[in-house]
Ligand binder design. Structure first.
Ligand code: 5AD
Ligand code: SF4
Length: 440
C-alpha cells in the first residue's frame, strides 16, 4: 500500500453500475485511493460505462477525448474503463483511445488491484473474463457509506435474450448469489444504519439462490430479509413479467417491508412487436398480471420501460402501446427510442424512420408525464412513510423518499437523516411532494 491517491469515478447507466462503482471505490480504497469529485485533481479516472443504447456508449468516447489534455498535463494519470462498454468492446477501446491504461469488465473488478500493479509497471491491462470465482467474495468488506438506503446485488446477468438488448452479452448468463451471503450482507448494512434496501439484478425476479432447504425464489428472500432488525423497506429492480411468480405477488400483499412500488417493464403494448422483441408474453398477459399485483397491493405504484420505433413498429402497434399505458396508469416510466445495438438480432432489421420514432416518443412521453403528475396529485391528503435522506433545500426542511418512491420535502427542523417518519402529503409539484410530519 502506497500513500494517499485520488480516484474519480464517473458512473453511467443503471443502478447496478452505481452499486459496482461503490464496490470498486472500496476495492481501490484498500489500495490507498480516496474518492474525489473532479477528474482534474485525480490520480486515477475510472469511467464505469453503459452499453444499453448507442448514445450512452458513444458518450464514453467523447468523455475520454476530453481527458486528453489532462493526461498530457499529468502523464502519471491512470485512466480506466469499466462496465458494459468495457465488456462489449474490450481491446477496441484501447485501440481507439490509446490513453486508456486499463479496461475491466463488470465480472472482473475484484481483479483491479492486480491490474493496477501491471499499469504501475508500465503495461496496459485488459480483463473482460467471466471468471469462475464470485467477485463479491473477493472484494473488501469496507462499506464506507452510511446512507440510510443501499443497493444490494442479488442476481446478475440475463438469459432472456430480448431481441434489442445487449445485457445477456455484457453481463452474461443469469447467476444468483447464495441466500446466506445476501442475508449477511443485509445484516451488515443494517448495522451501519441502512434501513432501506433495493435488491438489484438485471432480471432480479428470476432470482433462484441456494438457501436452507434448497433453492429460494425472490419472494422468500425478501420475507427473510424483512426479518432483519433495522431493515424497514425493501424494493427490487428490474423485473421481467414472466418471472412474477405467485409467491412474489403474494409478498406484495403480506410482507409490510416490501414497499408499494414495482418497476415492471413491458416495452410495448403490441403483441406483434412483443413477439418480434422476443418478450414471450402478450399485452393481455401483462395486463392480467398487473390486475393480480394490484389485487395483492391496491396502492402499488407501477413503473415501466418502453421502447418506441422498434423495427417493424406500425402506427397501429404504437397506438396499442398508448392504449396499454392508458389501461395501466403508471406512476412513472422511462421511454426510449429504439437504438440498434451491434450483435443483437434486432440490429439486422430495417429501423423505423427517425422522425416517425421521434414523434411517437414525444406523444408517449407526454402521456407518461401526465400520468406521473396524476399519480403525484393523488398522493395529496394521504399519509405515507418517509425515510429522511438529507436536509432539504430550505432551512428547517428534510428531504427523503416516500413508500412509493416519491421525493418528499418535509418541514421538520429537528429531523435527522435515517429517520423513518409518518407524513401527511400536502402538495404536489412536478417532481416532488411536500408534507407535514405526523406527530403522535
Ligand atoms: N434501444 C433502446 N432502448 C433499449 N433498452 C434496452 N435496450 C435498448 C435498445 N437497444 C431499454 C429497455 C430496457 C431499459 C433498461 O433500456 O426499455 O428495459
Ligand atoms: Fe447499461 Fe445494462 Fe450495463 Fe446497466 S447492465 S450499465 S443498463 S448495459
Amino acid at each position: 500500500m502506497t500513500g494517499q491517491k485520488r480516484l474519480f469515478i464517473k458512473t453511467y447507466g443503471c443502478q447496478m453500475n452505481v452499486y459496482d462503482s461503490e464496490r470498486m471505490a472500496e476495492t481501490l480504497g484498500a489500495q490507498g485511493y480516496t474518492l474525489t469529485e473532479t477528474a482534474d485533481d485525480a490520480d486515477m479516472v475510472l469511467l464505469n460505462t453503459c452499453h444499453i443504447r448507442e448514445k450512452a456508449a458513444e458518450k464514453v468516447y467523447s468523455d475520454l477525448g476530453r481527458l486528453k489534455p489532462l493526461k498530457a498535463r499529468k502523464p502519471d494519470l491512470k485512466i480506466g474503463v469499466a462496465g458494459c462498454v468495457a465488456q462489449a468492446e474490450g481491446a477496441e477501446i484501447q485501440r481507439r483511445m490509446p490513453l486508456v491504461d486499463l479496461v475491466v469488465g463488470p465480472q472482473a473488478y475484484h481483479r483491479l488491484p492486480d491490474m493496477l500493479a501491471r499499469v504501475d509497471a508500465g503495461e496496459k491491462a485488459l480483463d473482460t473474463d467471466f471468471p469462475p470465482e464470485d467477485k463479491f467474495d473477493h472484494l473488501p468488506k469496507l462499506r464506507t457509506r452510511s446512507a440510510p438506503s443501499a443497493f444490494l446485488t442479488v442476481q446478475e446477468g440475463c438469459d432472456k435474450f430480448c431481441a434489442f438488448c445487449v445485457v445477456p452479452y455484457t453481463r452474461g448468463a443469469e447467476v444468483s448469489r447464495p441466500v446466506e451471503r445476501l442475508l449477511s450482507e443485509a445484516r451488515d448494512l443494517a448495522t451501519r444504519g441502512v434501513r432501506d434496501i433495493t435488491l438489484l439484478g438485471q432480471n432480479v425476479n428470476a432470482y433462484h439462490g441456494e438457501g436452507q432447504g434448497g433453492t429460494w425464489g425472490l419472494g422468500r428472500l425478501i420475507r427473510e430479509m424483512a426479518e432483519i432488525e433495522g431493515i424497514a423497506r425493501i424494493r427490487y429492480t428490474t423485473s421481467h413479467p414472466n418471472d412474477m411468480d405467485d409467491d412474489l405477488i403474494a409478498a406484495h400483499g403480506d410482507c409490510p417491508a416490501l414497499m408499494p412500488y414495482l418497476h415492471l417493464p413491458v416495452q410495448s403494448g403490441s403483441d406483434r412487436i412483443l413477439k418480434a422483441m422476443n418478450r414471450k408474453h402478450t399485452a393481455d398477459a401483462y395486463l392480467r398480471l398487473i390486475e393480480r399485483i394490484r389485487a395483492a397491493r391496491p396502492d402499488i405504484v407501477l413503473t415501466s420501460d418502453f421502447i418506441v420505433g422498434f423495427p417493424g413498429e406500425t402506427d397501429a402497434d404504437f397506438e396499442a402501446t398508448m392504449d396499454l399505458v392508458r389501461q395501466v396508469g403508471y406512476g412513472m416510466a422511462y421511454s426510449f427510442k429504439y437504438s440498434a445495438r451491434p450483435g443483437t438480432p434486432a440490429a439486422e432489421k430495417t429501423p423505423v424512420a427517425p422522425d416517425i420514432a421521434d414523434a411517437r416518443l414525444q406523444r408517449l412521453q407526454a402521456l407518461l408525464t401526465e400520468q406521473q403528475r396524476a399519480c403525484q396529485d393523488a398522493m395529496v391528503g394521504r399519509e405515507v412513510g418517509v425515510l429522511y435522506e438529507k436536509p432539504g433545500r430550505l432551512p428547517g426542511q428534510m428531504s427523503g423518499k416516500s413508500d412509493h418512491l416519491h421525493a418528499v420535502h418535509v418541514e421538520d427542523p429537528t429531523g435527522t437523516p435515517g429517520e423513518l417518519v409518518r407524513v401527511r402529503i400536502t402538495a404536489a409539484a412536478p417532481n416532488s411532494l411536500a408534507g407535514m410530519r405526523i406527530v403522535d
